[in-house]
Design a protein around this ligand. Structure first.
Ligand code: SF4
Length: 293
């Protein structure tokens, strides 16, 4: 069963850290520790327009371009703060419990789709370099992706470098049907393309599937939609092992007000149904407590 974890730092997902433009440390529920986020989309432009998107589109971007030299020096700065323990003295992180004060990963995430950045491969190289220089080879390099661009040559090369460095792909699959995909993910990228890319990625290495399940206009996903989603996961498992499936729900302000969190019971029921249908471990992550919704 999914457990609610109440750690103040979990509710703070600000993608800023002092004056830094691209690098932001967060204590992550799903990572179970510190994740050093790398934002390759500071312009907040994405190839999807997910109805539940929780990127802050109200605050204008501080920059619209990526400068990899600046990014690399920001990475070094944060790594140093972690190494020296200074990070845990900052007000935002001071209440983090001891077991979570471990660096789990470097994660390409942020305010859009990381693989749409043309310098993705070089960005992977820079992260690996900083990680190795700091002797943090236990920390994973994670790509959080909507999977729409995984077939592009420069992205494939970046993924292959990640594979050599404990890389992990967290691929988005929120739905089981093209109709639901149109309603939830709102993109010109065909659903078939995303499924093909996820299948190809799975056939090369085990990937994590990350899924947002939510209420739309007050209604949880209908049973046939959940069944179709499980069928898509089964098709992926025919291509290769899935590492884990993460099912979460709305936890912060979504783009559309008609997107609301599932109740804990609804999430538990979906996690149970998915667990029945697949081989991979399934983890659920609750939304905010009832009173805080
Ligand atoms: S893929 Fe991520 S960043 Fe892009 S719209 Fe969807 S939730 Fe937002």
């Amino acid at each position: 069963m999914t457990r609610r974890t109440t750690v103040p730092a979990f509710s703070d997902h600000r993608r800023d850290h002092g004056e830094l433009l691209y690098v932001y440390p967060v204590v992550s529920r799903r990572a179970g520790g510190l994740s050093i986020g790398i934002n390759l989309n500071p312009d907040k432009v994405c190839n999807f327009a997910c109805a539940y998107c929780q990127v802050d589109h109200q605050t204008p971007p501080r920059t619209r371009t990526v400068d990899l030299d600046v990014l690399e020096s920001e990475l070094r700065e944060v790594v140093e703060q972690v190494g020296s323990g200074e990070l845990w003295t900052l007000p935002r992180f001071a209440s983090t419990p001891e077991p979570l004060r471990r660096l789990n990963d470097f994660a390409f995430s942020g305010d859009g789709e990381p693989t749409t950045y043309s310098g993705f491969e070089e960005a992977v190289e820079r992260v690996i370099r900083v990680r190795e220089e700091a002797e943090l080879v236990h920390a994973k390099v994670v790509l959080i992706t909507d999977a729409a661009c995984l077939h592009h040559a420069h992205v494939r090369r970046g993924l292959s470098r990640m594979d050599d460095a404990m890389g992990e792909i967290w691929g988005k699959l929120d739905v089981g049907t093209a109709e639901a995909y149109e309603r939830v993910n709102r993109t010109l990228v065909p659903f078939k393309r995303v499924l093909k890319n996820l299948a190809e990625a799975t056939s090369v290495r085990p990937i994590v599937i990350q899924t947002m399940m939510l209420r739309i206009n007050g209604h949880p996903p209908p049973p046939q939609e959940v069944q179709a989603y499980v069928a898509r996961l089964q098709e992926l498992e025919e291509r290769g092992a899935l590492k884990e499936i993460h099912i979460y729900t709305v936890a912060r302000t979504p783009m559309e007000p008609w997107c609301t969190p599932l109740s804990d019971e609804e999430l538990d029921a979906i996690v149970a149904e998915v667990t029945e249908g697949v081989s991979a471990p399934v983890r659920g992550f609750y939304g905010p407590p009832e009173g805080a919704r």
